[in-house]
Structure formats: C-alpha cells, structure tokens
Design a protein around this ligand. Sequence first.
Ligand code: ADP
Length: 490
Amino acid sequence: MKVLFAAGEAVPFCKTGGLADVAGVLPVALKGMKHDVRVVLPKYRDVDVHAYGLKPLDVVLRLPLGDVVETAGLWEGRLAGKVPVYFVDAPKYFDRDGLYRDGNKVDFSDNDDRFILFSRAVLETAKALDFRPDIVHANDWQTGLIPAYLETLYLLDAFFLPTASVFTVHNIAYQGVFPKNTLFRAGFSWSDFTPDRLEFFDQVNFLKAGLVFAHGLNTVGPTYAREISSNPVFGRGMEGILSLRKDFIGILNGLDRRIWNPSKDPHLARSFTSANLAARKDCKTDLQREAGLDPDSRAPLLGMVSRMDPQKGVDIILEILEGFLKEGIQAVFLGSGDPEKKEALRGLAKKHPGRAAVVEGFNDPMAHKIYGGADLFLMPSLFEPCGLGQMIALRYGCVPVVTPTGGLLDTVEPFNGEKHTGVGFMAQRPEASAYRQALAEAVSLYRSDPAAWRGLQQRGMSLDFGWGKSVEAYVALYERALERKRSIPR
Ligand code: ADP
C-alpha cells in the first residue's frame, strides 16, 4: 500500500507530546511491512536542517488561502534512514519559536491559517511528487481538514480518485476551533457550515472535519475509544458524532524500542536489564546528583515526566506530595507547560531542598534519566488517550502509579500480592485521596518487600509494548477505509 502520513510533529524532528512519538515510529513500522510510506511535516524553526541532513527540493507548492495564493517549498529528509519525510517550507507560518504556541504558552493567533496551509500542502505534495497514495493518514486537529478536502475540494480530482483517508485522534481535548470566517480561508462554502459537517457551535472545528469525513477512524486505545464516544466529559462535544461511527476503534500505541531500551540507553549512567536490576542503583544515584537531590539510596524516589497540563493531574500531586516528602520520600519533576503549576511545584521544591526537585522545559536526556533512575512513576491523569509515559516507565523498571482512565486501564495491570501478578498501582478513582492511597501502598511495598518489588519491576519490563500488533491493526484499518471509500456512490 502507498501511505501518505501527515502530522503536526514527529520524533526526532520536532515534538510536544506523544503524537510525535507515534508519528516518528508508526511509518517506520509500516515500511518494515513493505508498505511505501512518506511523511509530511511543517518545517518549523525547531527542525534542525543540518543535524538531519535535510535537502531542499526543486518544488514550489501553490496553496490557496482565502483570496490569496501562498507558496511553499519542500525539503526532504529520512526517518530512521529509510522513510522519506517532506517538510513544508513556508517561513511566514512556521519559522518561529514554538510549534503551536508562543513562549508564553499562548496559541498562535493564526493557527487556522497555518494548518489550512499545511493540510493543503500535504495533498499538493503528493501531486508534486507524483506519489499517488492509497491512504492519506491524518492525525489530530492540525491535519483534520485533509479528510474533508478529499471529500469536497479534491473530490473530483482524478489524482486522488483511488485515495481513502484515515484519521487518528491522539487527544480529543485539542480540537482546533476557529471563528467561522476561517471556513472561507480554508476554501469551503456555506453549505459545509452545518452541524453534520464542519460547524461546531457557530465556529469551525478542524478535528470534527476529520471525524466526519475520514473513511477510517480510530483513536489510540480501546478504553479511550469507549470513553469519548459515550461520555461528554471525555468526548468534549464529539461523543454524538463518534457514537454514530460504528467503525470507530481504538488501537494502542507502541513504543519505539530503539529509543526506549534500558540495556542500550546512552543517557543512563549504566545500562541494565530485568536480570541485572542491581545496576539500576547507579542510575538512581546519577539522577539524584543531576536533579540536586540528597544522595540517599534508600529513599523511595518518585518521578514524573509530563506536560504540566490539568489533564496530567498535577493538581493531585500538589495536594498530596508534601505529606510524602515529610516521610522521607524524594520526588523529581520534569515538565514543560503551565507556568502556574510549575511555580507551585517549584515552591514545594524550595521548601524541601534535597528532597524535591523541578527540572523545567522539554529535556529528553533528563526524561531518560528519570525513567531509568526513579523507583516510582507518577501518572495521575484525569484522562489519558493511550499514554506513553507509563509504558516507558514499565520498560525501565520504574513502577507506575496511575489513575483508572483510558490507556492507563489498558496497560497497567494492578499489583496483586497474593497471586504475584500485576505491574503497577492504580487508584480507585481519578482524585487526590484515592491516588494518595495507591501511592502509599506502593511506597509501603517498596520499603517492606524488596523481593516482591523486584518481581513487580521484572513483570513490567517483560511486557511487549512494541508496534507489532498495532501496525497490523492499522493496515486492517487502511483496508477497511479503502472499502468504505469504494462503497460511497459517486
Ligand atoms: P502526551 O502525548 O499527552 O503529552 P504521553 O504520555 O502520550 O503524553 O507522551 C508524552 C511523551 O513526551 C513521552 O515520551 C514523555 O517522555 C515525553 N515528555 C513529556 N514531557 C516531557 C519533558 N518535559 N521533557 C522530555 N520529554 C517529555
């Protein structure tokens, strides 16, 4: 199959969250199954042309935006040395600090124009390169217009006649909602501004465009798929559309095991495996030193690597952490995002020097050190589509303590001391008192029963979070999307 994969971010080029991890590895896994995959990304300022050896192509894309026609260039690189990646070069829109937000964490005011332009550029790239895809795979609101374009502006374009679209929801909380005049800048007409198409409470909703028009539709976990199609708290207004799409499914993300591998991780002070967990102690010492914590090998060390966003349950941590710190527990936080939450955590760290530390910003080496050196991984999400943090933590022998939602329910089997099963701890409810209890149980086991703890770590490390089954599920989704497209009467 020929697949054109479009996303707002992909590892290693640019990243704000889990979407980038998926976009950096799923295309490579598809290529491994002999599919012809190409990726399209915006050429942000963050994308390091020299580090990745990107080359400009002799191509000019003409991209209508309202009543003007913008132009964009294309640069080419490779993902994992084998998947071609095309970067849409439109400096006016992408050559600035930040992917979707400015330095003050405020969304760029022209995000609608930026991703109208990018979405059209994805389709025009296919034409410019004469790459006629069977599937265009769009992801999240940034590329939500693509499935809509294929069923409207490009419907009669012979180039795309055999092409079906697939849309993947990585997080339904971000929808790309813009004023209604965006409709015209995107090239649509009033007849598209209806509740069963692009309109959402008198505004234009890019994510909804993907949900309505895609020939194949999924999200990144079976529990999240159920949550967002049945419950308005999770579905954020999209539950109605999703409940009508009987073909909507959940496919769990995998990990890129080339990047997340404790036996070969250049960021760790020492490599380790489940058979050699003693070596992990050196990673803990190294983490304590790097984070400015006391060198105390016996103190249970809590770690958190997260966007500082209400979704991630930082408020739960703020409510319960101090009690644990007073009992001799240590904690290290790595976070980018919400300045207020970071400030509150910093306040706690100041009050408990040597016991709590906050590392700010997006810091990949530090993330590896936390997964490899902390004893427990904090992930008290209020909702979690799939979640990569808990899977990475499991692979690194860092025992996750989670809330019962979405992908955390799909991936973290709770510890059962009698049956010697389970890989982590799960709060009864996604709230502070229940999470406190789960964390207290975890800390108590850590302190009282090293053998049971080691068993817990080893079971987690042996789980297969690779892409094997998930890639097969995506290929099956592509095939169903093609069937659906063919079945639509023209
Ligand atoms: P989300 O996509 O909602 O942010 P996930 O758990 O699915 O959450 O994925 C988060 C990814 O981003 C993980 O790979 C995690 O290690 C990484 N990450 C999050 N915050 C940071 C940070 N401040 N520095 C480095 N990596 C981070």
